[in-house]
Design a protein around this ligand. Structure first.
Ligand code: BDP
Length: 667
């Protein structure tokens, strides 16, 4: 309880707040290299390398032929047969080949790129190759020379390739990326490879990948591959922390520069009309915004998700040349605080009424897809959802940018899902988990929408090493970012509470009347009440119901409700809601349905073509439960903001939005 964001510091203690925030900077800046999202500017260009790539899975028995025969040294098509593969996309569902769908091991991608001549000619230009994410382990070569490797899916990695391109500008620029989806006890998520040695039952060399999480282990290059440029002296990283005192917004910033020993810098904050509202020079400082427009969540304010633009302009000289670099960062000004019963955004109680999602859709698997993303945001807003958890791994940066733009609040989760084997609590697993949290915080620290970090989902906390593991992990995350609370999602029915003493908010997943007492809807009220009272009684920390739900196969009906029918899913939700309505007046601060949409899983006797707990189908059509939730979320939004609307009289969303906007007091 001794970290500053837990304190609701009264405005009159302004100087104290400022001191605390500067202390925050020092901590945040333990991170030493930047991972700014590539943006075009007057000094930076971006070239997307998405589209058709050559592809070859290494189906050799040890999956190692590609390395033994150095496939990266020549064109991939010269090493053997290649097929077309779209990037970004998971490769699993692209072909009719079942062995590729379930492939485990190295796959190889390759394409040639035309690099603009001026990028090559201008020695003062850095050329960076960036992969938004690839699952799971990647090695990257340019014209046969290794430029980087990266351990882990869901997060970006990059390499400077300018000098290589310049070595022989007449050569085409051939990029080769090998990606291996094997999960081991030390990966995140963990998994293990099981070799089946009984030759009477399995063919020679037979092995399977076991995982302990409930989504398909889609693989391949999942997010955009880009080339981008910066000048030789460049803005490497920016950290912003925001606050406000009365009507004045405060943007504390720190910029780190690479490629120049000395540089001058100017930070300018612009409002949505491109008017300069504050500026400052120097690598760190504070921008003061008079009559600030705070960043508010969707449905919490008539003008939610207000974003300023912070332009950082760097001038540097190395004696011979002068460099100017410009990077513009969207900035939402808001605060986050946690008390023993509330989650406060801008000092007002915020109730999470939202969803858990997956990056998942047909054909593309976990591949980035703008139409899907925009459709999902339209559905979230239709539903009246104000938040989601990035279950169970970091989502694409473009999704977080959409959250910033639309006021959707995010619990940002790392891929610590399915930590179920005691060996995954060892030192090497922990070291990797800490590194992944570094990368995640580094990538997402400046998003106004991100209000909390989740370090894991349903780890086996009953195992004794979990205590040291989570204490270390959570403490480390708080050092990386002391401005946001930290949590992990625990499962009510089998979790011991190891790890819980260190979190700021208790997140509980439970499936009463589903995995336990299946078919017995009548147990929900008592079991849910007991769940909340036990956790709160022990820890006096606010609680989020971070998962609940039931499978429903769209179109299956039964009255009275039976499991897997749309009616049963509705009934589960309604029973949960009755208890949530009592407890949200005390210390329950949110409810996130499992799941936004149906999603693919590994094959097994518990799943019929995937998990069907979506309130939307995988094709994004609503099941009956979606309408229950929509009614509820709009009602909660109105209630929370004291709007006094009669939701049944306003069942049409458009009317509701207007009525909602009309009845809001200007803040
Ligand atoms: C929860 C897990 C989630 C699963 C869900 C389910 O956190 O990943 O998909 O159960 O079984 O415990 O539907």
């Amino acid at each position: 309880m001794n970290i500053w964001y837990k304190m609701v510091i009264p405005a009159r203690l302004g100087a104290f707040r400022v001191l605390c925030l500067f202390a925050v900077f020092e901590a945040v800046c333990l991170l030493d290299t930047g991972m700014l999202f590539p943006r075009e500017s007057s000094s930076r260009e971006v070239k997307e390398l998405n589209g058709r790539w050559d592809f070859r899975a290494d189906k050799s028995p040890n999956r190692n032929q590609g390395f033994e025969k150095a496939w990266y040294k020549s064109r991939l098509a010269e090493t053997g047969p290649v097929i077309d593969m779209p990037v970004p996309a998971s490769y699993n569902d692209i072909t009719q080949d079942a062995t590729l769908r379930d492939f485990i091991g190295w796959v190889w991608y390759e394409r040639e790129v035309v690099v603009p001549a001026r990028w090559i000619a201008d020695e003062g230009t850095r050329v960076v190759l960036r992969v938004g994410s690839a699952h799971y382990y990647s090695v990257v070569w340019m014209n046969g020379v290794k430029v980087t490797e990266h351990n882990g899916g869901h997060l970006p990695f990059e390499a400077e390739i300018g000098s290589l391109i310049r070595k022989d500008p007449t050569q085409p620029c051939r990029i080769t990326i090998a990606v291996n989806n094997t999960l081991t006890l030390d990966t995140l998520p963990p998994g293990n490879i099981q070799h089946m040695d009984d030759r009477t039952q399995y063919p020679d060399g037979y092995f399977v990948q076991n995982t302990y999480f409930d989504f398909f282990n889609y693989a391949g290059i999942h997010r955009s591959v880009l080339l981008y440029t910066t000048p030789k002296a460049y803005v490497d990283d920016i950290t912003v922390v925001t606050d406000f005192l009365d009507n004045t917004g405060l943007v504390y910033y720190k910029v780190s520069v690479q490629g120049a020993a000395t540089a001058t810098m100017k930070a300018t904050l612009m409002d949505q009309n491109a008017r300069c509202v504050a500026s400052s020079s120097g690598p760190s400082g504070v921008l003061k915004v008079v009559d600030v427009n705070l960043w508010w969540p969707y449905l919490m304010h008539e003008n939610p998700a207000y974003l300023y633009s912070m332009e950082v302009r760097l001038m540097a000289t190395d004696g011979r040349s002068t460099y100017e670099d410009v990077y513009t960062l969207p900035v939402g000004i808001r605060t986050v605080n946690v008390t023993s019963t509330q989650f406060l955004i801008n000092n007002k109680p915020f109730y999470f009424h939202g969803v858990n999602k997956h990056e998942d859709s047909d054909i593309r698997g976990k591949g980035f897809d703008w139409p899907l993303i925009v459709k999902d945001f339209n559905l979230l807003k239709w539903l009246g959802a104000n938040s989601f958890r990035t279950s169970h791994y970091p989502y694409a940066e473009e999704i977080l940018q959409m959250c910033d733009r639309h006021g959707i609040v995010v619990i940002d989760e790392c891929p610590g899902v399915g930590i179920a084997d005691s060996r995954s609590f060892g030192n090497s697993s922990l070291a990797h988990h800490l590194a992944v949290m570094d990368e995640l915080v580094h990538r997402d620290k400046n998003h106004a929408s991100v209000v909390m970090w989740s370090v894991a989902n349903e780890p086996a906390t009953e195992m004794p090493p979990a205590d040291f593991y989570f204490k270390t992990l959570i403490t480390h995350t708080k050092v990386l970012d002391p401005t946001r609370p930290v949590t992990f999602a625990t499962r009510t029915d089998y979790a011991s509470d190891r790890g819980a003493p260190y979190v700021d908010v208790i997140c509980v997943n439970s499936y009463f009347s589903w995995y336990y007492d299946p078919g017995h809807l009548e147990v929900i009220p008592i079991q849910l009440k007991t769940q909340f009272e036990n956790w709160y009684g022990k820890y006096q920390k606010p609680i989020i119901q971070s998962e609940y739900g039931a499978d429903a196969v769209a179109g299956l009906h039964s009255d009275p409700p039976v499991m897997f029918s749309e009616e049963y899913q509705k009934a589960v939700l309604q029973s949960y809601h009755n208890v949530l309505d009592q407890k949200r007046k005390q210390y329950v601060i949110g409810e996130l349905i499992w799941n936004f949409a149906d999603f693919m899983t590994v094959q097994g006797i518990f799943r019929v073509l995937g998990n069907k707990k979506g309130i939307f189908t995988r094709e994004r059509q609503p099941k009956a439960a979606a309408f229950i939730l929509k009614e509820r979320y709009w009602r909660l939004a109105n209630e929370q903001n004291r709007l006094g609307l009669n939701t049944s009289a306003h069942s049409d969303t458009r009317q509701l939005v207007h009525a909602f906007q009309d009845s809001l007091d200007p803040m």
